[in-house]
Design a binder for this molecule. Sequence first.
Ligand code: ADP
Length: 271
Amino acid sequence: MARDIAARFRIAPGKRAHLGRRDPADIAAFPDRGDTEAQTARDSAEIDRLQDRLYAERRRALLVVLQGIDTAGKDGTIRSVFKETSPLGVQVAAFGRPSDEELAHDFLWRIHRACPARGFIGLFNRSHYEDVLVGRVRTLAPKTEIEARYGQINAFEKMLTENGTTILKFMLHISKAEQRERLQARLDEPKSRWKFNPGDLEDRKLWDRYSAAYELMLYKCSTAWAPWYVIPADRKWARNAAVAAIVRETLEDMNPQYPKPNWKAGDFKVG
Ligand code: ADP
């Protein structure tokens, strides 16, 4: 089942994602909401167990990258999928506008320092991909520099995987109509008002340009070693289910092992 989900949403290397043909409200993989939510809860609990083994093993890491337009649900996905996971083994990084110090370095500098250490799951809320998304849409660097970044990202991610980090990249795909609802809710609901940022309305006006930038990013940077998954995200429960299933399956494939001690229980006596 989980394998089908991963195959359904994975972008094959060198293939176009055709975002316009993908329905953000697609729930065909999850026919029953109640069953799906129960499965997500089981997946989250299993992710915690696997994470415990990863932490004990201390040889490899998992990096989960979350991208999506404002309100796509990056925070909500992290909260839902990893709510059972021990904070001891998780490192979360959120990437906003770069600081002066960060801008004085290459664009991957701040990313590399935030990558998970061996034994950890790293969660990126936004990432180096902003540098080919907002960077491209708002021309934050010369065009030739931005064009060069796709290859630089692929090489960087390859280096990470060769050094023991498995990488999963999720694009949370919502419709323009759903974003309208969610932005309006931020204006209407007192407990959500703090999330409202007038700048989000400016980005909404650039919807088509962002979509084109996402399309290009998916085309150029879904690789055999670091695949992109486009997750239909209009239905939060279906979005959470897809991400949880793929994270669980990936950790199962990694199959981390508790280290074998070089002593026997009989060697020691607890006084
Ligand atoms: P969020 O909107 O995810 O809650 P913030 O408002 O703190 O978080 O920061 C997100 C903003 O930072 C977004 O507008 C995003 O486009 C911008 N940002 C992130 N990375 C970069 C980058 N490398 N260059 C320019 N802007 C960036």
